[in-house]
Design a protein around this ligand. Structure first.
Ligand code: F3S
Length: 396
């Protein structure tokens, strides 16, 4: 790779040992992927935050970086942790886990990273511009920023996003380059999809069919922000889609309108959506309902609060969101409404990165294919349904 004088100096340790070591990681990665140079990035979103995934070894590695003087030089936010940083005891999180998680968050704070603890940074003000180079991890956030916002990132890891936060750089390859952002397949949606569950099903089946190929969707209709986040999260779950285009929906789709001939294509109808829902649905008697994968928006919390009014959800409903959206929802009375019905609203974490087996969960119902996929892999039984079906038993 060709480095500038400033980058060579950083690599030689002129900006401290942490920056040198982390830049070494980015250069090594760039060489593996054939990058010719590094590029400046505007912001980072760092994953690998839950103590469940990091364990002692990962936590010590982070502490070592902080001790070596690692400091974020660009705006950097954090993905969910393994627990609500305030209500962990209420969640039933073991004390030893909580101590480890607190060490992780305080280490990131020492490095100047904002403890947003959410997979929806774009809902809490971290909204990259069209065409900007960023370094984000967390597959659903990556898919949203690449596709809906038109920013440019690869599907980064915890260590590489920290490296980008500290150096302000990333290796220029993959989805950072125009030529790799072209669609490789056309998906004709021949059914009017309405709910985030249906868009989640579309994403899951598309990822299953296409692997990592960039899809170009036609016929998505006028979908909500919540449906866009559900679609991208599921696309990235089964397979590894990092970017999708939607005709009339995403900012770069228009560039490719005339370039779709000869691409692989398939159609999706209502029976495909129904069959997909069946894949991750087992007959369950009394599952815990888990909502907020990706983290709930204010609109979703408003809807949930409305649906549970007058119902008894005691011990049966967990809703996950960011601390920032939680604060808004609390001020608007939605958190109080859900809690009054016996539900819980939890910040900073989610059903996949919290130690839910240790918390006694065995059967869950959700509207998210991503949540159902990972919880099935973790050994839980799952059922899928729309928010309305899960909370009221009535079809939407
Ligand atoms: Fe977010 Fe957890 Fe789902 S990180 S996308 S809520 S698995």
């Amino acid at each position: 790779m060709i480095l500038t004088k400033e980058q060579e100096a950083m690599l030689a340790g002129e900006e401290g040992p942490a920056a040198a070591k982390l830049l070494e990681l980015l250069v090594a990665l760039g060489e593996v992927f054939g990058a010719e140079r590094l590029v400046a990035v505007e912001s980072a979103h760092i994953a690998g935050v839950s103590y469940k995934n990091l364990g002692e070894a990962g936590t010590e590695w982070l502490e070592e970086q902080a001790d070596l003087g690692a400091k974020a030089r660009i705006w950097a936010t954090l993905n969910p942790a393994g627990m609500d940083m305030e209500k962990w005891l209420e969640m039933g999180v073991p004390r030893g886990f909580a101590e480890g998680q607190r060490r992780v968050i305080s280490t990131f704070q020492r490095m100047g990273v904002e403890p947003t603890c959410t997979c929806t940074p774009y809902l809490v003000g971290h909204v990259p511009k069209l065409g900007s180079q960023i370094a984000w991890a967390e597959s659903s956030a990556v898919c949203y920023s690449n596709s809906v916002l038109g920013a440019r990132t690869n599907r980064e890891s915890g260590p590489t996003t920290l490296a980008s936060a500290v150096t302000g750089l990333a290796s220029l390859y993959g989805y950072r380059l125009e030529e790799n952002r072209r669609p490789g397949a056309v998906v004709d949606v021949e059914v009017g999809l309405e709910t985030p569950l249906e868009f989640s099903a579309l994403g899951y089946l598309t990822g299953r069919r296409l692997g990592t190929t960039v899809p170009y969707f036609r016929g998505l209709g006028d979908l909500s922000l919540e449906s866009k986040k559900a679609l991208g999260a599921a696309c990235a779950t089964k397979g590894g889609i990092t970017l999708w285009h939607g005709e009339g929906v995403t900012p770069e789709a228009g560039l490719y309108e005339g370039l779709l001939d000869g691409l692989e294509r398939f159609t999706v109808g209502s029976s495909d959506i129904e069959a997909e829902v069946e894949r991750l649905t087992a007959p369950l008697d009394d599952p815990i309902i888990v909502l907020g994968c990706p983290h709930s928006s204010l609109g979703e919390l408003e809807m949930i609060a409305g649906l549970v009014r007058g119902r008894d959800m005691e011990g049966r409903l967990w809703v996950f969101t960011s601390r920032s959206v939680y604060a808004e929802a609390k001020a608007s009375g939605y958190v109080g409404g859900i809690e009054e019905a016996g539900g819980r609203v939890v910040r900073d974490t989610c059903m996949v990165v919290a130690p839910v087996i240790e918390m006694g969960w065995r059967e869950v119902a959700t509207n998210s294919f991503k949540a159902a996929h990972y919880m099935t892999n973790a050994g839980l039984k799952t059922r899928l349904g729309t928010v309305q079906e899960l909370l009221t038993g009535e079809a939407q």
